[in-house]
Design a protein. Sequence first.
Length: 268
Amino acid sequence: MSTLDNIEMPRKVCPVIFLLDTSGSMMGAPMGALNSAIENFMPELIAKNDSNPNVEIRVAIMTFSDEAKWVIGGDELLKPEDVMNSWNDLEAGGVTSMGAALIALNEKLSDESGFLNPASNFISPLLILFMDGEPTDDYKSALAELRKNLWYKMASRVAVGYGAANDDVLREFVGKDGIILHTDDTLNLTEIIKHMSYSPEESQSARRLNILEMEEAINFVADFSAAARKYRGLTAEELKTIFQIIGNVSSRAINPVHTIKDFNDEEW
């Protein structure tokens, strides 16, 4: 037996990063539903970690209202079980400082001073934006800077809009290959976020697929017929396909040094 056979390779880390709108318009039922959705999402991530010997999901959560604030993982990404143990319900209030949130995200998506240091320990992250209204600050210039960030370019990006959220703004954040889901029903938030659970190595190829043009819908969720009516422009079959792609498309973990050519500015 070779000495190399006895060496246990360290697991790669897949960051799952939430950007959550906690402005005043989220007060009441929407805020309660969002809190419940985040809490219920953690066991899904724990199960993924338990079943994957190669990659470990870790979490950071930012809220933005009058200011952007890292409420989970401000210093380092946390294991999902640690998020559960330290979770305090979020409270709503203030305006919607999306630009401040994007600036803070750009700072943390760094292999020098942010979460992703050293870069060789990480694979491309999953970014989840939740909003229920319009930005109240200059988000466009902040987004322009964020788009230059290599980790952002490689990330899988999902935006969840609730109520009066502007889908055009959400599309700007996720880019042409990202996913937008929209609901006007607080009861759907938990299900939406729950089914974003996915295998970490899969994010790269999942982002490259045109999920709305696949020929065959996957029977991943028992029945989305009623829920589908809550989403703008998506059928039940398309929703099943979206959640299946997030959860079950395979690809290898990548080294960002070798993939920078695949993420040039022309894609934006």
